[in-house]
Design a protein around this ligand. Structure first.
Ligand code: APR
Ligand code: ZN
Length: 254
């Protein structure tokens, strides 16, 4: 057991935290994968087979994200406040490729599945911000090559990003919170098990309904993220005032 930094927090987020901002989740009845198949647009094979179809899929979702009506909600804001006011490190590990955590003010953040508003050149490896449509003949800003540009998004069958940093944070935390994820996709779905194996951290699931991993969490609260997350953050921050020294004991006592 690694000794946790006595009050480091890791928060894993999924599509459910962005639902009330107007972005579809993936596996709800009205979700993304109910409208188009993963294997058609979210695998390297799909991109090799039909890059235009994959670009169209990500271009339309990037345009949606760029609409003024899609803004961070109270759950994103609560997590940014937690990072700003908590007397210890707060790391958000998000599976989401939207930029709503950043726009809410979060800074200590890892996009393990990449980012909608960045692109990557397969020829030179450059990754940079891109908010327009991307096309097969888009030219790389770094090497000038065309035909090698792809969304900077992790597809099924590809390795998520920054996994060493994520596992190090999981192994050093005193509290692990999972928000708005169904627990369908690994490695994120295995993080709670990893935390339990390597630490004595408290584990909490905040979700609309029990995820596949619900039974692995010491505590769970169900409801919409914009209600459940701010309330949980308020409780944490009031604890911090009383008992940051050993907030884990305080957490369990409440
Ligand atoms: N508040 C809180 N939770 C919600 C809300 C809400 N308003 N609406 C839906 N949810 C919950 C659903 O109950 C579900 O458990 O959010 C979860 C969304 O699950 P998924 O649609 O599977 O999304 P996610 O878990 O983020 O998917 C993981 O799969 O397709 C890949 O790369 C993609 O990052 C994604 C990964
Ligand atoms: Zn390039």
């Amino acid at each position: 057991m690694t000794t946790p930094h006595h009050n480091a927090i890791v928060v894993l987020t999924g599509a459910g935290i962005s639902k009330e901002s107007g972005l579809d989740t993936f596996r709800d009845a009205d979700g993304v994968w109910a409208k188009v198949g993963v294997e058609e647009v979210a695998t390297p094979e799909a991109f090799a087979r039909d890059p235009v179809k994959v670009h169209d899929f990500y271009n339309s979702r990037r345009r949606t994200l760029m609409k003024g009506t899609v803004v961070p909600n109270a759950a994103h804001a609560a997590l940014a406040r937690l990072e700003a006011e908590w007397p210890g490190e707060v790391l958000i590990v998000t599976q989401n490729i939207d930029d709503l955590h950043e726009r809410a003010g979060s800074r200590n953040l890892v996009h393990m599945h990449g980012e909608h508003l960045k692109v990557r050149c397969q020829d030179c490896g450059a990754v940079y911000a891109w908010t327009d449509d991307l096309a097969v003949d888009s030219a790389c800003l770094a090497c000038g090559g065309t035909g090698g540009m792809r969304p900077h998004v992790v597809w099924f069958g590809e390795m998520p990003l920054e996994m060493e940093r994520i596992y190090a944070a999981l192994e050093g935390c005193a509290l692990f919170v999972s928000v708005g994820t169904s627990g369908n996709v690994y490695p994120a779905a295995g993080f709670v098990r990893h935390v339990r194996q390597f630490t004595e951290a408290h584990t909490v699931e905040l979700n609309l309904e029990p995820s596949l991993g619900a039974s692995l969490f010491a505590e769970a609260r169900y409801g919409r993220a914009t209600e459940v997350v701010p309330r949980f953050v308020d409780e944490l921050l009031s604890l911090a005032a009383e008992d940051a020294a050993d907030f884990r004991r305080a957490l369990l006592r409440r």
